[in-house]
Design a protein around this ligand. Structure first.
Ligand code: BES
Ligand code: MN
Ligand code: MN
Length: 467
């Protein structure tokens, strides 16, 4: 496979590929909001169309009880290894809209300090439409340059951002079609554009909602205030008591199953370049925060967390209203690390939250979606192929890192299909995923398209005879 041919092909197709990505980015495929159901479907149809155009043998929009899964196949040789590409075409809600400098579903290219060659600004640009499209474009490239030696299956879902609830069922029902050797995913970050890395871990998730009820109706805060518990005050106190003075989580049993890394492993993990000053400056914070005794890389990579994602109740309209509210609510998520179990942690949280509620309020705790943490071996053919491919195109060996985010379906791929996932992402943590002004660097987009063909090449070589 000739590197120069790949670069020339990319050069010739840049405009076309950006236009196609923009078409996909214009569709507001927000999976969380039922208002956008038809748009989500439209995005699935668009992905199918782009897959067919790139040269797959067949592609389908498969309905599920939720949003559809787009499935496609390209068979080269039944005896060749099969790579299953996973990605998602759904996106997070775009709000708060007023903080976007350009509308979230009208992609524009702008230069930034980190992306001097320009970046596409739109919801989903990086997470994960841009990164998914790299795989579709790379397939077109390999097809037309006649370099593809592996079979490829695509599984692009529409519910990743809401917990992949129906993809699990779909996988179980479609096991017969999902025979393959490895799963390849671009939905994570590299450390920097001149510092390639591959995530070898993802955190799990337990996502809870709590409702605290005080009096049976909203009250005059003067007439009753002082004698009746305010559920917002109580909820704040309960949330505050989830961490101790060392920012350690206080839920009994919370850390029981946490795998502690050896000193050696921690040293290795902290070798990854990390500039705390730049980190603070980028976020506009004076100081970092977190569990005592751990570095920032450890706090986001190998330690579990508990965070409030949203909290509401009482009066939040214009001006002031003196009210002692009846109810207070919060959405609370916990990021989990090996070997914590999402169900067990959800149970421990519920027990704890109920146990610390004073008798003056009632507490209702419900669990939303969850997901299990994963670790990826650095010894597998898949990891080695990804590492070699990145080394080839970045000119540097990628550093194995632990990603702080979650892709809950990855643990399920292992459980249901027995397959490892390779997290060869090309985004940057600073690309504002889930935030206003999400963007994806053009450098990253094209570097991904350049790297993917080498993954297939090296994976085929490493697998030869060993299939
Ligand atoms: N692509 C992200 C996960 C990610 C981002 C991993 C960066 C590592 C580095 C994914 O789309 C995501 O946002 N996942 C959710 C999962 C949840 C909605 C079940 C997350 O992590 O919050
Ligand atoms: Mn994603
Ligand atoms: Mn996401």
């Amino acid at each position: 496979m000739n590197h120069q041919d790949i670069l020339s092909f990319i050069e010739q197709h840049k405009e076309q590929w950006l236009e196609e990505l923009n078409d996909l980015l214009r569709i507001p495929s927000i999976s969380a909001d039922p208002k956008y159901k038809d748009d989500v479907k439209r995005a699935a149809e668009k992905v199918k169309e782009l897959l067919l155009q790139a040269g797959v043998d067949k592609a389908e929009v498969c309905p599920t009880a939720g949003h559809p899964v787009v499935y496609a196949e390209k068979t080269i040789n039944p005896d060749a290894p099969t790579v299953i590409v996973y990605g998602h075409y759904d996106v997070q809600p775009a709000d708060p809209l007023e903080l976007w400098h350009s509308p979230p579903f009208e992609p524009v290219i702008k230069k930034t300090d980190i992306h001097p060659q320009g970046a596409i600004f739109a919801r989903g640009a990086c997470d994960d439409k841009g990164q998914t499209m790299m795989h579709i474009n790379a397939l077109q490239l390999m097809n037309q340059l006649n370099t593809l030696k592996c079979n490829v299956k695509f599984m692009i879902e529409g519910e990743e951002e809401v917990g992949s609830a129906h993809l699990a069922d779909w996988i179980r029902e479609n096991k017969h079609r999902l025979k393959g050797d490895v799963i390849l995913i671009s939905d994570t970050s590299i450390l920097a554009n001149d510092t390639p890395s591959i995530d070898v871990g993802l955190r799990g998730l337990a996502y809870m909602e709590v409702e605290v009820t005080g009096p049976n109706r909203d009250l005059h805060s003067g007439v009753y205030g002082g004698a009746v518990a305010n559920p917002i005050n109580i909820l704040c106190k309960m949330i505050a008591s989830c961490h101790d003075e060392n920012n350690h989580i206080t839920i009994p049993g919370f850390y029981d199953d946490v795998v502690e890394l050896t000193e050696e492993e921690r040293k290795e993990l902290n070798k990854a370049p990390f500039n705390e000053e730049a980190y603070k400056k980028d976020l506009g914070i004076k100081e970092v925060w977190g569990e005592k005794g751990y570095t920032v890389l450890e706090r986001t990579g190998i330690r579990p967390t508990l965070d409030v994602n949203g909290i509401w109740g009482g009066y939040i309209g214009e001006g002031a209203k003196t009210v002692l509210p009846s109810k207070a609510y919060a959405k609370i998520s916990m990021r989990l690390v090996p070997n914590q179990s999402s169900d067990k942690i959800a149970r421990l949280f519920q027990n704890y939250f109920e146990s610390i509620a004073p008798a003056c309020v009632q507490v209702k705790v419900t669990a939303h979606h969850g997901g299990e943490p994963v670790v990826v071996s650095t010894k597998s053919e898949g990891f080695l192929a990804a590492s070699k491919a990145m080394e080839k195109t970045f000119g540097k060996k990628p550093i194995p890192t632990r990603g702080g985010g979650s892709i809950p379906i990855v643990a399920l791929f292992k459980k249901e299909l027995g397959l490892d996932s390779i997290l060869m992402g090309f985004g940057l943590d600073t690309d504002a995923l889930h935030s206003p002004n999400e963007h994806y660097g053009l450098f990253n987009f094209f570097k991904g398209i350049e790297t993917i063909p080498f993954f297939y090449e090296y994976y085929y070589e490493l697998k030869k005879g060993g299939k």
